[in-house]
Design a protein around this ligand. Structure first.
Ligand code: SF4
Ligand code: F3S
Length: 354
């Protein structure tokens, strides 16, 4: 998080105080932070850049608890540059970035989409964001695109049409930034455990984890939300929520309310959010398909049913559903039948390896 070997002790301790405060530690912890950071300088370096985003993935990362941010930042990786959370500013932060780039072999994390409409978007120190990513990717060992915006464009990639930016993979394909091993860790925001797991895998094995065809680690994105959803039984029984105010329907399947779980690959039902407390469907929000390349526009309106499960059409809203199916709904029919993802990333094939 700093090039502290090259800055004054005073500046370094100021930086440690800022970091301790970020981590919710008291001033008494500053010497411990300093010791840990001095040790962390030997650990694999990370540069984290933010383009067109809401900083939600950063906040998700800061809130990580398994391991906690403190262990992560101080014990596991050395985040040398992160515009949002680093205490250093101005020339000090630029120096931290340049020193790390010169060193090479770091992991480059990109959060947010890359602005393509107006080069003034996301400028830092007078430099266009795309040029900063280009330079930082040049010496990186691997690039992690974190969150829906950095992976496939997300909301800035789509809105207002035709969008104002693109994901890292597309920017590589178009030659805007150098091609490097790229790992996509989508969802809005990214789940801290998926990010940490990806980083740790890379550090351990010095290569990206096994991925699907759109660059997502299979260890986190190989299953349909729908196949592990706690409301799946209601789907099978034709019990579809039609009235948000109905007590009886409160746990029924939300497919008719726009749930994109049948078209979305991620382990949210198992991993859950907020320390495993709950997840979208668990708190009666539809899955919005935020791990998919078609998010946002391809999934909108989020609370309308916009896609049909192939071979299965629900005609009746309410307790009784008229399913039109060629054959029964038994077994793994749904997982095999759903190839309905549209647009940028193309439809998934069976088994999540899409
Ligand atoms: Fe769950 Fe959505 Fe599938 Fe219904 S459609 S079972 S709410 S994932
Ligand atoms: Fe996103 Fe659906 Fe998970 S909206 S966070 S993929 S439940």
């Amino acid at each position: 998080m700093t090039s502290f070997r090259n800055i004054s002790r005073r500046d370094f301790l100021k930086f440690c105080a800022g970091t301790a405060s970020l981590l919710g530690l008291s001033e008494a912890a500053v010497p411990r932070v300093a010791r840990a950071l001095e040790g962390a300088a030997k650990k694999p370096p990370v540069i984290w850049l933010e383009g067109q985003d809401c900083a939600g993935c950063t906040i998700s990362f800061i809130n990580s608890s398994n391991p906690g941010t403190a262990e992560l930042v101080l014990d596991t990786i050395s985040v040398r540059y992160h515009e949002t959370i680093m205490a250093a500013a101005g020339h000090l932060s630029e120096k931290a970035l340049q020193d790390t780039i010169k060193e090479g072999g770091y992991v480059l994390v990109v959060e947010g989409s890359i602005p393509t409409v107006d080069p003034r978007f996301c400028q830092i120190a007078g430099r266009n964001f795309v040029d900063i990513v280009k330079e930082a990717a040049g010496n990186a060992g691997a690039v992690i695109a974190i969150g829906s915006c950095a992976t496939y464009g997300g909301i800035p990639g789509d809105c207002p049409p035709p969008g104002t930016g693109m994901g890292v993979g597309e920017a590589m394909d178009k030659g805007l930034i150098p091609k490097k091993p790229l790992i996509n860790v989508p969802t809005c925001p990214a789940h801290p455990e998926r990010f940490v797991g990806t980083v740790v895998y890379y550090l351990l094995y010095k290569q990206p984890p096994p991925m699907d065809k759109i660059g997502r680690p299979l260890m986190f994105y190989d299953k349909l939300i729908h196949d592990n959803c706690e409301r799946r039984g209601h789907f099978e029984n034709g019990e579809f929520l039609s009235d948000w105010n109905s007590f009886e329907q409160r746990n029924w399947c939300m497919y008719l309310k726009g749930c994109k779980g049948p078209f979305t690959y991620a382990d949210c039902p198992k991993r859950r959010w907020s320390d495993g407390l709950n997840w979208c469907i668990g708190c009666s929000s539809v899955c919005q398909g935020c791990s998919e390349p078609t998010f946002y526009t391809g999934m909108a309106p989020l609370y309308d049913k916009t896609q049909e499960i192939r071979g299965y059409r629900v005609e009746t809203i309410g307790a009784v559903a008229t399913g039109i199916v060629a054959v029964g709904l038994a077994g793994h029919f749904i997982g095999q039948a759903m190839t309905g993802r549209l647009g940028k990333g193309g439809p998934p094939e069976e088994g999540g390896d899409n």
